[in-house]
Design a protein. Sequence first.
Lengths: 111, 112
Amino acid sequence: DAGITQSPRHKVTETGTPVTLRCHQTENHRYMYWYRQDPGHGLRLIHYSYGVKDTDKGEVSDGYSVSRSKTEDFLLTLESATSSQTSVYFCAISAMSAGYTFGSGTRLTVV
Amino acid sequence: QQQVKQSPQSLIVQKGGIPIINCAYENTAFDYFPWYQQFPGKGPALLIAIRPDVSEKKEGRFTISFNKSAKQFSLHIMDSQPGDSATYFCAAMRTGANNLFFGTGTRLTVIP
């Protein structure tokens, strides 16, 4: 998706290990979001950022932390991965708090 | 609990048919209602959106109908094509709130 890149695209990790997912944007948008997508739940907000070093929790933030040291990068860290965090993670950006553009996602498997 | 309820979970129509996907919400503070289309292996992409000051919005073959009093909105796809086969998500938010709430998705299959 133009302007937003997620890495890695796929990752398998072991229970209890820390994992960091990266979202990079070239649009200079103020707002960045991390969602997880699970069958039967749609997409649910984990954390979001409204500026450099400005972040807040979403509805499913337990077990996750985020950091935004530059406008273009928003990192999601699973502090100690659990099997319940096996999911597809999507980053999104927006210039205002509407009209989200999503990345292509990271498929994370915790074994 | 689910802020936006979406139905059906899956839908199969013949080419040229008009699939209809329905969504309902409870929070009357919501004032922005987008629909997203997602193909396998891709992120959701904004398809069309509506605000509650209008009852209908059309963009090409896609139409949103909005019923403010019933707190319901729906997506109609006119003259559906096999290329429309995808998962569709409705969503809702209050402008300025920074949380876009999604429905659970509808997997649409259009048979040639």
